[in-house]
Design a protein around this ligand. Structure first.
Ligand SMILES: Cc1cc2nc3c(=O)[nH]c(=O)nc-3n(C[C@H](O)[C@H](O)[C@H](O)COP(=O)(O)OP(=O)(O)OC[C@H]3O[C@@H](n4cnc5c(N)ncnc54)[C@H](O)[C@@H]3O)c2cc1C
Length: 289
């Protein structure tokens, strides 16, 4: 079936892309197209004019002063395979490697996953847990936004008309000598590949020499209108070793962080139980070394 699109603009520089986005009505950005094309075909969105981002130099992954800067058009495949991401943000690499299956990963981009703003976007929890920021640009200038405050509802973000995601800046997992650190992502679905998460969960934390969690950050996907930070669970865990009793307390606190709904993929009650079990298991693995 042909796409209901009249034309596709293919700028080769960022300045030109931002200028084109100024048009009224503005063209709709397309990166890998794995979300947008599905939505256009299903008639859930209309986009008479598309702005193809694939020729812009936004697919790099580089190290910059304690952060890994991942370009918006970097594919999931490139992110999962990047030695830099695997070292500095292993949970992001794991999440990228769990998006769809490999053919999807070769097209799907980080910017597209975030801008699409699904509550189930797999890269969102590891980025929120890592305290990552987005660099946004429009013809009027640039600004940074924490990933944690980027989403405003299903399919909605703080992106203004004419604004693009340029890159995502992910702080390095810090490993101080003598102390440890953990950065993990886990996802639940009825099978391993090609599945939208029923629940996803990411945990980043330092671990002191005595085994206590320090600077613990947890984020959960598919359990609310947006991916959420689990501040109540974090507060229970901070400064404590994740013993069985502490893990139970954290799993209970997590219930106050999430607000799942019933939908075609799972009932809310199942999601609540699954999130608690996933957190408990992850913490159990951390406690077990
Ligand atoms: C079979 C299949 C399986 C999938 N499995 C998963 C999965 O397991 N987990 C998961 O999270 N997702 C999954 N997805 C969804 C999709 O693949 C991802 O969300 C993907 O990362 C979207 O990236 P894209 O480059 O294809 O985005 P596109 O479809 O090109 O764009 C998506 C949205 O983002 C906007 N956009 C794109 N880039 C930018 C930018 N730089 N700045 C501003 N706006 C931008 C577009 O205008 C559009 O609204 C799956 C999709 C399919 C078809």
């Amino acid at each position: 079936m042909d796409l209901p699109v009249a034309s596709v603009l293919r700028p080769e520089t960022l300045d030109r892309a931002l200028e084109l986005l100024h048009a009224d009505p503005p063209p709709v950005p397309v990166s890998g197209g794995t979300d947008l094309v599905v939505q256009l075909r299903a008639g859930r969105r209309s986009a008479p004019v598309l702005l193809d981002l694939s020729r812009l130099p936004l697919d790099g992954i580089r190290e910059e002063g304690g952060v890994v800067a991942v370009g918006a058009t970097a594919t999931m495949d490139a992110i999962a395979a990047s030695p830099l991401v695997r070292e500095a943000a292993p949970a992001l690499a794991e999440a990228a490697g769990r998006v769809g299956a490999w053919p999807i990963q070769c097209r799907a981009t980080l910017g597209g996953n975030l801008a699409n703003a699904s509550p189930a976007a797999d890269t969102a929890p590891p980025l929120i847990a890592a305290g990552a920021e987005l660099l946004l640009a429009s013809a009027w200038g640039r600004r940074t936004v924490p990933v944690e405050s980027f989403f405003t509802g299903p399919g909605r973000t703080v992106l203004e008309p004419g604004e693009l995601i340029l890159e995502v800046r992910v702080p390095h997992l810090s490993r101080t000598p003598g102390d440890g650190a953990v950065d993990r992502f886990t996802k639940l679905g009825p099978r391993r590949e090609q599945i939208i998460s029923v629940v996803s969960l990411a945990l980043r934390s330092g671990i002191t020499a005595s085994g206590a969690l320090e600077g613990c950050r947890i984020a959960v996907g598919s359990v609310a209108a947006t991916p959420v930070r689990a501040r109540n669970a974090e507060a229970v865990l901070e400064g404590r070793t994740p013993s069985e009793a502490v893990r139970r307390e954290a799993a209970r606190a997590l219930q106050r962080d999430i607000a799942p709904i019933d939908d075609v993929r799972a009932p809310a009650r199942y999601r609540r139980i699954a999130a608690a079990v996933m957190l408990d298991r992850l913490l159990g693995e951390v406690a077990g070394g």
